[in-house]
Each structure stands twice: as C-alpha cells, then as structure tokens.
Write a protein that binds this ligand. Structure first.
Ligand SMILES: Cc1ncc(COP(=O)(O)O)c(C=O)c1O
Length: 434
C-alpha cells in the first residue's frame, strides 16, 4: 500500500470475550465439553422468553408496517412513550426529540466515538467493557484513559483517582459510567453518582451513562438512572432491550440526550448524532414497535422481577462457593449478570498449571500459554482442564489479574457443579507451584 491503512489505536480493538470462543471451539472439536461462561447472552444460556411477549411480537410480524423503514430518529410514538417514562423519574425532562434509536447499543457506541473529535477524550472505568474502551481508543488513536474501579471497595469508582486523572488530562471531555456495571456486576450508590456529577461540573464535562442493565438489579439493590441525578450537566444515557427483555438479537438501543441546550458544543454533538442517523436511514423497526406494547403490558414487571430474583439467587450461590477462597478478592454482585473475581497480588505466576489428560489439548494449552499474562494462563489452563470458558480480566483494560464469569446458568444444580469445579481448579492451580 502507498499509505498506512490502519489507524493508531485500532490495535485496541481486540475483543477477548469473542477471542476465547475460538480457542474453546478448537478444544470442543477435540472432544471437550465446553461450559460457556464468556458471553452475556441470556438467550444463549436458555432464558425463556414468555409466551405473551412472543405473541405480541408475532402480532407485529403480521403488520405490514413492521417490514418498512422507520423514521430516522425512531418511531415517534415509541420515543414519546420512552420520554414520558424518563420524565416520570422526576429529574431531567426530555421530549421525543431528545431520543435517538440505534441498531443496538454497540451501534450507538461506535457512532458516538466516530463523531467525537479525536482530541476529546472520554474517561471510562477499569476494568472496562471493551466495546466502549476499544471504540474510545480507536477514535483517539491512543490508549484508553481510565479511572479505577476498586475491588477492595465493592468495585465502586475510585473518586480520587477519577478526579486526578481528569485534572491532569485536559483532553478529557466526558466521563463514562456503566451502572449496573459490566464486568463487575456492581450498582453504584447515589452519593458516588452525585460526586461524579460534582466532578463533571467542576471541569465542565459531559456524562455518558450506559444503562443497559438499569432494570437488572437484585437482592435489595436499585440502580439510579442518569436522568435522576444529572442536574444541569449535559449528558447522554444509553439504553436498550438486549438485556432487559432480553432480546439481544433485536439490535435495538437508544440514546437519551439531557441538557443538550445547556452547552453549544454538546448540543452540536447531539445534532450530529441525529444527522448521522439520517444519512444511514433508520434503525430496526420491529423492536421499536414492540417496546411500548411489551413494557406497558401488566405482565412485564413481574417477568423482569422473576428473572432478577433468579439472578439474585445465583449471585448468592456463587458467593457461597467462591467467596471464601482466601487467595481471591471476591465481591457479591447486585446488578447485571457478571462477576469479576480477582487473584490477590502475588498469587499467580508463570509456572502454575492444571493437569490435562488429553495430549492434544495439553499441547495446545501449553502453546497458548507461552509468554501470556498470568490471568490468561489461568484461563487457558482452566479451559483445557475443565472446559469452563471464562474471560481474563486483564483483557478489560485492567492491570488486575482475574476473570469474569456470568450469572446466567439457568439450572441451579449445573451452576453449583460448575462453580464448585471452578473453585477446585483455582485451588489446584494455585497449589501447583508450591
Ligand atoms: C455495558 C454494555 N453496553 C452495551 C452493550 C451492547 O448492547 P447491544 O446488544 O444493545 O449492542 C453490552 C453488551 O453486552 C454491555 O454489556
């Protein structure tokens, strides 16, 4: 090529959540049974969509309109419905004009960073959900700027770290929060959210709030939406139905713009997002038609509560099994459906291993683990020895060593069996070097 083709920062676009799948599939071909703990797709993990929801969608499929394009910003009546729900929270007030639909939040996230000026940085959490951190890094042609989530303090944002990184990085224009969080499963208290708003006010920043798990809380927790605490700070809430209905295959998510009239630069960015959608035509129509009908149905809240109670029970079971391993830093989760479990400093090294009987699998694992970070080494040995497929936490823009699991296994006996196997593998792995 006459010129360089790849942008600086695009190297950050690796996605271990999916990379690990390739390795697991290779081992599956060699006859290993895989227990998929890598991906947050409830449907893949056998969550059943209730018949009444399928019926609503079935009826919509019979409507000719559901096959057409929809208005660029999204169907007006659906945006009006969603604006009303947000306004009922009693905080930031919006109209249908402040809502913009996308083909899933993944699309919203990449469009957002595509339009944001290269020099304007968004500081995000570490460990980071890779779709955000990779897109931010690629837009800035640089490594992500992150603030620490503290495993010693319930995975809450380390506010001092956030403050200092913003203070000494004048290019930071916005703060990303993911609440409830992927990958830690934590739900942030109101005081922490208010403190973040205070920092945004001091440095004139916008707030980006990924709320895809807003309705997925359990064991007494409730997640505050950005609209409730944002005050007069410019901000964008990112919402969707992938996890909530759950309907990840619908590819349907949306942005809500708050206080877009309070700052001309921010208002310009919101308008550019609107315009970008116009150029693209529109987002998926059928799920937009389904949103009010499903969310307004009297069975909807009970459906979500039932799913949340199940996730809450799994959270307790996982805590019971892994919570007492002394070499781990373990936090019980209250939202979303992940947990990030950390090995304490110095626990992992580069000689530990697990016994793998099958020669072909062992050889492959030995090859994969050459020169990799300690948590990758653990994850690959765990996969080869037990078939349990988790994601190494250092792949989430983090210096910590650990792994992410999901809380999606529907069968309680299978959950207990697999997490006990995981605990025993952790013990055996740690012991193998002593
Ligand atoms: C925090 C977070 N935001 C966004 C997404 C992407 O959602 P969507 O399916 O709407 O693209 C995910 C998916 O796992 C997620 O965990």
């Amino acid at each position: 090529m006459r010129t360089r083709l790849l942008k600086e920062g695009v190297k950050e676009l690796s996605y271990e959540i999916r990379e690990i799948v390739k390795k697991a599939m290779t081992l599956e071909k060699l006859g290993l049974d895989i227990f998929w703990e890598n991906i947050g797709d409830p449907i893949e993990k056998n969550t059943q969509i209730p018949q009444w929801m399928k019926q609503i969608i079935g009826e919509l499929v019979q409507e000719n309109k559901s096959y057409g394009y929809s208005p660029s910003k999204g169907i007006l009546s659906t945006r009006e419905f969603l604006a009303k729900r947000t306004n009922e929270l009693g905080g930031a007030q919006i109209s249908a004009e402040d809502i913009l639909f996308f083909n899933g939040l993944g699309d919203a996230i990449s469009t957002f960073y595509f339009l944001l000026d290269q020099t304007a940085r968004v500081i995000g959490p570490s460990p980071a959900y890779s779709t955000h951190s990779s897109a931010e890094a690629a837009h800035a042609h640089a490594r992500p700027i992150t603030y620490r989530l503290d495993p010693e303090n319930s995975w809450y944002p380390d506010l001092e770290d956030m403050y200092n990184r913003i203070k000494y990085n004048p290019s930071v224009a916005g703060i990303l929060i993911i609440n409830p969080d992927n990958p830690t499963g934590m739900v942030y208290p109101h005081e922490i959210l208010q403190a973040i708003v205070k920092i945004a006010k001091e440095f004139k920043l916008f707030i980006l709030s990924d709320e895809i798990y807003n309705k997925i809380t359990y064991n007494g927790a409730r997640a505050y939406a950005l609209a409730e605490f944002i005050d007069d700070v410019p901000g964008i809430a990112m919402k969707g139905i992938s996890k909530e209905f759950p309907w990840p295959g619908s590819r349907c998510g949306w942005m809500e713009f708050y206080n877009r009239d309070k700052d001309p630069e921010f208002g310009g960015l919101c308008s550019a997002l609107d315009n970008a959608k116009m150029i693209e035509v529109c987002s998926t129509t059928l799920p937009q038609m389904a949103i009010p009908r499903i969310m307004e149905d009297e069975r909807y809240d009970a459906h979500r509560e039932d799913l949340n109670n199940k996730i809450g029970r799994r959270s307790k079971i996982i805590a019971e099994i892994l919570g007492e391993v002394p070499e781990l830093t373990f936090n019980e989760t209250f939202g979303a459906f992940y947990n990030t479990i950390i090995f304490k400093a110095g626990v992992l090294n580069d000689v530990q291993s697990l016994e793998i009987e099958d020669d072909n699998i062992r050889e492959l694992v030995e090859e994969w683990t050459e020169g990799v970070r300690p948590d990758y080494r653990f994850v690959y040995y765990l996969l080869g020895a037990t078939g349990i497929c988790v994601v190494p936490i250092s792949s989430f823009c983090s210096d910590l060593q650990g792994f992410r699991v999901t809380l999606l296994e529907e069968k309680e006996d299978v959950l207990r069996e697999k997490f006990s196997l995981l605990r025993d593998a952790i013990r055996a792995y740690i012991k193998s070097s002593t």
